[in-house]
Design a protein around this ligand. Structure first.
Ligand SMILES: Cc1cc2nc3c(=O)[nH]c(=O)nc-3n(C[C@H](O)[C@H](O)[C@H](O)COP(=O)(O)OP(=O)(O)OC[C@H]3O[C@@H](n4cnc5c(N)ncnc54)[C@H](O)[C@@H]3O)c2cc1C
Length: 469
């Protein structure tokens, strides 16, 4: 009845799945990674490679006081306290250890400066050297090769198979599957002698499923994710008895560009330069309307209110932080103007209010305090007085699923009917719900996926193996 068997079967080849596979293999389990798409890496490989860590070496170098407690407080504030606190605490506590694992063990290269992303109290975000999650995924794939961990592509998880005790014993897959054709491929059953780890990511691209959870997310709202971020594996987990958590908590990214598809190159421009070093303007009034460094939920709510259209403006000084500037200019996602007047005319912003907004912003930067919106004014923030000026037209796009299935601190999936772990079944990464509550902070998913991927892998590999067939 089984076609193959391994000690540990991992589904999904992103941060969480590969971290789990590496950790389980380190403990001598035989491991296979199954991936439905024709290429590995999911959202992880197209991500921005931003990694938040509390108490890191770069913070020590820059005299930035931080702690896991402060990072946790930031996560809870952004998450509006919907977070499953114990899981969030584990992410914060292990963030720096996990970052150092990527550097010392995997050889990941990061830029030598930290970024300060919205909603974080202090600068704590590392940037991969190539401004991409591929900078972490590639060394992980190399490590998998070195450790003889097969990554079987075009292999779709169609169902979870339980034994007579209700523990997970294996998976039903379709090999040579062609996404998204559910009938494609050949059916096969793969047994897990120790455990199955689900690391299949979120469902932001699943327009039907996401609209069921949040009807405001209509089909026409664009998405930043890879095409395979769909809900079938979540449905498999629920069918196996897993507990759903906050499935309607789906995040929109406030920093995406109106002038390109998906995450593109503009999102990183806004995140690293436009928001921290510039201003966000209502196109029709020429006025600021929010703390540009607020968490994503607050920003999106403010941006969507009354059908507002927004642009971000930054000057020659602030734009130095934009690692994707060249591509943005080449693709017309960011435009460059010699003066505020020129920018106002080109974007049809009323000039006098815009000039007044820039002047009052410059005053508050000089005074070091934003009494109206509460934007943090760090010492290196400069007034917007250095032409040329750069502008991006913004639109919010579906970006992240905070909701998913419930796990405990050991990454065991919790059965809805009993509130107890489902035997030999683990999950990690974006498929898991609760860590980030109502809103995830930028750069917190990478630590989450790697931290819980490693926990899941280590615990799966410590399960007593069933005897071979
Ligand atoms: C464009 C973009 C930029 C981002 N930038 C950042 C950032 O800079 N910092 C940060 O912290 N977070 C970032 N995020 C969020 C973060 O990248 C994701 O939350 C994270 O990569 C999820 O990792 P994962 O391993 O859980 O899932 P994924 O990386 O998505 O991997 C899941 C894999 O499972 C596969 N799969 C799904 N269903 C099945 C099935 N039925 N059978 C077999 N395989 C299946 C998928 O094809 C996919 O390859 C970004 C997200 C996006 C979309």
């Amino acid at each position: 009845m089984w076609n193959e068997e391994y000690d540990v079967v991992v589904i999904g080849s992103g941060f969480a799945g590969l971290a789990a596979a590496i950790e389980a293999r380190k403990l001598c389990s035989s491991v296979i990674v199954l991936e439905k798409m024709a290429v590995p890496g999911g959202n992880s490989t197209i991500s921005g490679g931003l990694f938040a860590a509390a108490g890191s070496p770069l913070q020590a170098r820059d005299n930035i006081a931080d702690s896991p407690e402060l990072m946790l407080a930031d996560m809870l504030a952004a998450g509006r306290n919907y977070n499953h606190r114990e899981l969030a605490r584990i992410v914060a506590e292990r963030s720096t250890g996990t970052l150092l694992w990527t550097i010392d063990d995997l050889g990941v290269k990061y830029k030598p400066e930290l970024s300060h992303l919205g909603g974080h109290s202090v600068p704590r975000t590392y940037n991969t050297a190539n401004t991409s999650g591929a900078g972490i995924i590639r060394p992980m794939l190399v490590r998998c090769r070195e450790m003889d961990i097969p990554i079987r592509l075009k292999t779709f998880l169609a169902g979870l198979i339980a034994d007579e005790n209700g523990d997970v014993e294996g998976v039903e897959v379709r090999e040579d599957y062609i996404f998204p054709n559910r009938e494609s491929g050949v059916g096969k059953r793969i047994r897990a002698k120790q455990a199955v780890i689900l690391a299949t990511g979120g469902f932001s691209q699943d327009k039907e499923f996401r609209a069921v959870q949040n009807p405001m997310l209509t089909e026409d709202i664009e998405c930043t994710n890879h095409r395979g971020a769909t809900a079938e594996s979540l449905i498999c987990a629920l069918a196996a008895g897993a507990t759903p958590v906050q499935l309607s908590m789906i995040q929109l990214g406030p920093w995406a560009s109106r002038d390109e598809e998906g995450f593109g190159v503009g999102s990183m421009f806004s995140m690293l330069a436009g928001f921290p070093y510039g201003i966000l303007i209502d196109l029709h009034t020429g006025e600021r309307f929010v703390n540009e460094q607020a968490d994503r939920k607050l920003l999106v709510d403010a941006m969507l209110s009354s059908g507002r259209e927004s642009i971000a403006i930054v000057d020659e000084m602030g734009v130095r932080h934009a690692s994707t500037l060249e591509q943005c200019l080449k693709r017309g996602v960011v435009r460059k103007y010699n003066s505020i007047e020129e920018l106002a005319v080109a974007n049809q912003v009323p000039l006098a209010p815009l000039q007044a907004t820039v002047a009052s912003y410059n005053t508050l930067v000089e005074q070091g305090r934003d009494d109206r919106f509460g934007k943090p004014i760090p010492r290196d923030l400069q007034p917007l007085t250095h032409p040329p000026f750069f502008c991006i037209r913004l639109i919010s796009k579906v970006h992240h699923c905070m909701g998913g299935i419930r796990i405990n601190a050991k990454a065991q999936v919790i059965r809805m009917a009993s509130h107890q772990p489902i035997g030999r079944f683990y999950a990690a990464g974006e498929i898991v719900g609760g860590v980030h509550g109502a809103s995830r902070l930028g750069s917190n998913a990478i630590p989450e996926c790697l931290v819980f991927g490693r926990i899941a892998g280590a615990n799966a590999a410590s399960e007593t193996p069933r005897s071979s067939i």
